[in-house]
Design a protein around this ligand. Structure first.
Ligand code: GLY
Ligand code: MN
Ligand code: MN
Length: 485
């Protein structure tokens, strides 16, 4: 027992000399990830770029998820090359040396020898990268690349990242070189979470749940930023490393904007506040939303919307079990919401359609043009992991839930006259607006989202984000809030 403890401490201390790597996923697990990718590649060359030194502000550096996943190297401006022959990888990290004066400000960076020693991967100075890749390009092996964006949400056809520029120049020097996208393979590996990863996700969800409870217990807020302060203070106090995404704290009308992150507005009694906030812990993201009444009590109209969202979430939960179709979870949830919206007079009927203000082929995708979509345009959930929108997405396609899947279920309803005003002026929309306007006016500026985090285990669906979410529980906690000072 004691000897085992000592060897754990020794393994952890390997990572102590510099801040380049995190220590809670073992070096063997990182090595196994590279081996699995190599098996998928068969024979070829992977060229990947890590994140750059921040250039837009004086913020800390965070490594790109796919690069971290394969390397555990968390210093800026690095590259990673893996040469694979017959499924066997030979990996090298290319390390950008830091200017000795700059190092006094931002910390020293490990040299190649230290990286090799601590991570068990060969390392070289970054200056060698061009020559190495050029000579590999002459071998006839296919190339794979990992585009260096943090999240596919930010990737655009024209985004010029350092990796894109490098690969374009390489192609210009070696016309005919075959370069494939390695993201689908890495995403597939990332989709399945190991026990060590699940432990980190659970801790991220625990800290984030504690922060939501702290908000419910805090004195009645007058501004959105007071809530943001409680959330982010709690993340930090409990060891979270940073918000997993910009904290969304939207009161009243702001709660109907899905990713509202200004958090500067007033919080008025009578408003619901949509609070979508969670921490990242050891690189792993939670993603939790609670929608709470500023006054501490939901109004009857707010209750109607809230219960509908909660019922829609519960339906998806019942259908998220090992072996079940992800599409079935989505469909069950969407059906409950549509029924409720029709009952409340916010859509003409469960199947009634409208003309959306964005491009969509309603003949090919009729579900995308149902009126209920207007009141929740986002998906029912997404993968969770090193990125808050982890690349494996669960709400599309014929995918079935598997052990090791980690994901959110996050239905919402966002009612606002603004949404009606955004509709193109078509006969169908005119009829829709005429039919629902009185009810939209009644529920105007009511936003409700309930979002939780889950992992699929052999036992079924495990709920990781335990902050109270039933109205009665939330009201009971808020009833005990201290008065403002
Ligand atoms: N917090 C962003 C999302 O729920 O997807
Ligand atoms: Mn989410
Ligand atoms: Mn969220």
């Amino acid at each position: 027992m004691h000897g085992r403890l000592l060897s754990v401490i020794a393994a952890l201390s390997l990572f102590a000399p510099f801040g380049a790597a995190r220590g809670q996923i073992s070096p063997a697990e990182f090595s196994a990830r590279r081996d699995s990718l190599a098996v998928r590649i068969g024979s070829g060359v992977l060229v990947a770029f890590g994140g750059r030194t921040p250039v837009s502000d004086f913020g800390p550096f965070y490594q790109l998820p796919a690069f971290h996943y394969l390397t555990n190297f968390d210093e800026p401006d690095a590259a990673f090359v893996m040469v694979v022959k017959d499924g066997h990888p030979a990996s090298t990290i290319f390390v950008m040396p830091i200017d000795p004066r700059v190092a006094f400000y931002y910390g020293r960076r490990p040299d190649s020898a230290t990286v090799t020693h601590t991570l068990g991967v060969a390392a070289r100075g970054f200056a060698a990268l061009g020559g190495v890749v050029d000579s590999l390009a002459s071998t006839g092996l296919p190339f794979y690349t990992l585009a260096d964006f943090a999240d596919a949400d930010f990737a655009r056809q024209d985004s010029l990242t350092r990796g894109t520029v490098f690969m374009r120049a390489l192609l210009a020097r070696h016309p005919g070189l075959v370069v494939k996208d390695a993201h689908p393979m890495v995403n597939d590996l990332r989709a399945h979470k190991s026990a060590a990863e699940i432990a980190l996700l659970k801790r991220a969800a625990e800290i984030s749940s504690a922060a939501h409870i702290a908000v419910m217990r805090a004195p009645e807020p007058r501004h959105e930023y007071e809530i943001q302060a409680v959330l982010e203070g709690t993340f930090t106090r409990l060891g979270g490393e940073r918000p997993a995404y910009g904290s969304i704290v939207g009161a009243g009308r702001n709660g109907t904007q899905l990713h509202y992150m200004l958090d500067r507005g007033p919080a008025n009694p009578g408003d619901i506040v949509v609070i979508d906030a969670a921490t990242q812990y050891e690189g792993y993201a939670a993603d939790i939303t609670r929608s709470i009444p500023v006054s501490g009590k939901y109004t009857p109209d707010q209750r109607a919307i809230y219960q509908l969202v909660r019922d829609a979430q519960a339906a998806a939960e019942r259908n998220s079990k090992p072996g079940m179709l992800a599409a079935a979870a989505t469909d069950s949830s969407v059906a409950i919401r549509a029924k409720g919206l029709a009952r409340l007079g916010l859509i003409q009927s469960v199947d009634a359609t409208f003309d959306p203000p964005w491009k969509v082929d309603c003949a090919a995708q009729p579900a995308q043009c149902r009126q209920s979509v207007l009141w929740m345009i986002h998906g029912i959930g997404h993968g969770l992991g090193l990125a808050v929108h982890d690349p494996a997405q669960y709400y599309t396609g014929e995918r079935r839930f598997r052990e090791g899947d980690a994901f959110t279920i996050e239905p919402g309803i966002y009612i606002s006259m603004d949404a009606l005003a955004a509709l193109p002026d078509t006969p169908k929309n005119r009829a829709f607006i005429a039919a629902v306007r009185p009810m939209v006016e009644r529920y105007n500026n009511t936003g409700v989202r309930i979002e939780d985090d889950y992992v699929i285990t052999p036992q079924g669906l495990e709920w990781m984000s335990s902050a109270p979410r039933e109205m009665s529980e939330i009201e009971a906690i808020m009833a005990k809030r201290p008065a403002r000072k």
